[in-house]
Design a protein around this ligand. Structure first.
Ligand code: XIL
Length: 560
């Protein structure tokens, strides 16, 4: 049974029911074409997960949409590590960790806690402690972090220790090992079990996917810990793969030998990087590696699921860590599903390429807020037999003739186009696309003529960015104000709508007044003058009722 049943939270029940019923009732009936990965995985009794980063989770709709739609498990990429949760001795901070868990709960996803005891991303104050103090700090950290989530039904497992071996199978000579010897490992597992008797407790490492000296050392350690009664439930194979190094040997046999010890085997941080530029052969190899890992998990009842280390190449640790390597994930940097996505879906039993039904054409295309250099398009959503994944925006120059070309894409039903010339006419069309790549017919055409740029007062635009949010509030920073005309402006006024019950608690670089739900932000005395095309910004902080997640909307700008 891949999902725990002992806790009665809604997320657990939903997933448990899904896994239980689909395995017994639906496996004879394949999941529908172009089902999201989580539906396909659940039909096999598995989870498919992703690591999530807190910044795009707070700031990018496309990121949130895909993370919620495609995955039924998440791991915090960094937010649960020691440097995030206990940066100073006994000063705990769960803002990022709670954000990830709240997202998971809102989307019926289970959470894997990563990671409690690791030599990396651990503050220096820990590293310099004496043996007695270091052990006490470790036990306190585990008790507090695991304890924080112990009654949360979504958080079901932990990486208790991470990367304790070196490549030859000896213990890594980390500050943990050098100060405490190998006994810190068993101590850590016992402390985690005491803090949450229900959680699955894992040891996690890289280069342990196949049978080799390192994975054999891990096997021997798990075997010893088991024989000593140390509470260990799972091993994590990180699975940071690279096409230039080949696929690890004997993965299936390796899974089987750990399963025989009575522990789960999870693929915890899967990605497949390529030395750039990637050629077609490398991409085929990459597709195959993704397929192989999914198949290895499907082949063993000891494997509850696979977690990919992120999903979009826009946010991957690979280029930062392995210079000149990249394209390791299953969506490209513009959130388009790659062939790796199809490979995983196919391995999970889906037939996404068999879906040939195109979405309906978008309707009611309108343009508004046209300035001398830009315009904002809005339309009514298309429908699809599975799901519309986005829209292409096409533009042609002039009132007639010319060719329509794609100038951008959007995952919502609006798009702000920029870079237009003053006193010019453009025509726009929009078309919808789905996960299988089917394109709708184009919408009706809307025509836009930009005003003259010089002479009179210029236009301006305002775009607000959510910098951070927490249960009781948020910071909008920057609100970028741009002179969209071709002449200088000397003042600007931005208006926007504040959700009911929200109150402004601070602002900077603008003078704010509030009337009902409308906020008016006028430039400060030092940032009203903007040359053509120039930008400035202001920001503000808001308090909102707990459990209210609304944000301001309808930013509009007027200039003189
Ligand atoms: C990485 C994150 O992806 C990066 O954002 C961070 O800067 C460094 O750590 N093994 C692990 C993960 O267990 O925690 C690492 O994550 C990748 C390697």
């Amino acid at each position: 049974m891949p999902f725990r049943t002992r806790r009665l939270g809604a997320a657990t029940l939903a997933l448990t029911a899904l896994a239980g019923f689909t395995v017994s009732l639906l496996s004879a009936q394949p999941a529908a074409a172009a089902d999201p990965l989580r539906t396909l995985a659940a039909a096999k009794g598995k989870f498919i997960g992703t690591a999530v980063a807190t910044s795009p989770l707070a700031n990018e709709t496309a990121y949130r949409t895909i993370a919620a739609r495609e995955f039924n498990q998440v791991t915090a990429e960094n937010a649960m590590k020691w440097d995030a949760t206990e940066p100073s001795d006994n000063q705990y901070n769960f803002i990022g960790a709670d954000q990830v868990v709240a997202f998971a709960q809102a989307n019926n996803q289970i959470v894997h806690g990563h990671t409690l005891v690791w030599h990396s991303q651990t503050p220096s104050w820990v590293q310099s402690l004496s043996a007695t103090a270091m052990k006490a700090a470790m036990l306190d950290h585990i008790a507090t972090v695991v304890g924080h989530f112990a009654n949360n039904s979504a958080v079901q497992s932990w990486d208790v220790v991470n990367e304790v071996f070196d490549e030859s199978g000896g213990y890594r000579t980390s500050f943990w090992y050098n100060t405490l010897g190998s006994s810190f490992i068993a101590d850590a597992f016992r402390a985690a079990r005491a803090a949450d008797p229900d959680a699955k407790l894992c040891i996690n490492d890289y280069n342990v996917e196949g049978i080799n000296a390192k994975s054999t050392a891990m096997y021997n350690l798990v075997s010893t810990l088991k024989s000593q009664g140390v509470p260990i439930d799972c091993v994590g194979f990180q699975s940071h793969l690279a096409t230039q190094y080949g696929f690890p040997g004997q993965v299936t046999e390796n899974v089987a030998r750990f399963a025989a010890l009575g522990v789960q085997v999870r693929f915890t941080e899967l990605d497949v990087r390529i030395v750039l530029p990637a050629d077609a052969t490398e991409i085929t190899t990459q597709n195959q590696y993704y397929t192989n890992i999914i198949n290895a998990c499907l082949a063993s009842t000891a494997c509850p699921g696979v977690t990919i280390w992120g999903f979009t190449d826009k946010y991957s640790w690979v280029p930062d860590t392995f210079p000149s390597e990249g394209q390791a994930l299953i969506y490209d940097a513009s959130y388009n599903a790659k062939a790796d996505y199809t490979a995983i879906a196919t391995a999970l039993g889906g037939t996404p390429s068999g879906d040939t039904t195109a979405p309906s054409a978008p309707t009611n295309l309108t343009a508004s807020g046209t300035t001398s250099s830009g315009t904002t398009l809005s339309w009514t959503a298309s429908t699809d037999n599975t799901a519309v994944t986005g829209y292409d925006i096409l533009r042609a120059p002039g009132a007639s003739g010319g060719t329509f070309a794609v100038v951008g894409s959007s995952t919502s039903t609006s798009y702000a186009d920029s870079g237009l010339s003053a006193s010019s006419t453009y025509r726009y069309q929009v078309r919808a696309k789905d996960a299988a790549g089917n394109l709708s017919a184009v919408s009706a055409t809307v025509s836009v003529t930009t005003p003259a740029g010089g002479g009179g007062p210029g236009g301006c635009s305002a775009v607000g960015t959510t910098q951070t949010q927490w249960q009781g509030g948020y910071v909008i920073q920057p609100v970028t104000v741009t002179n969209t005309g071709s002449g200088q402006i000397t003042s600007w006024t931005v208006t926007f709508t504040l959700p009911a019950g929200h109150t402004i608690t601070g602002s900077w670089n603008a003078v704010l007044t509030v009337s009902g739900q409308t906020v008016t932000a006028k430039n400060a005395n030092y940032n009203g003058t903007l040359g053509a095309g120039a930008s400035t910004s202001f920001g503000f902080q808001v308090a909102r009722p707990t459990s209210n997640t609304a944000l301001p909307s309808g930013y509009a700008c007027a200039a003189s």
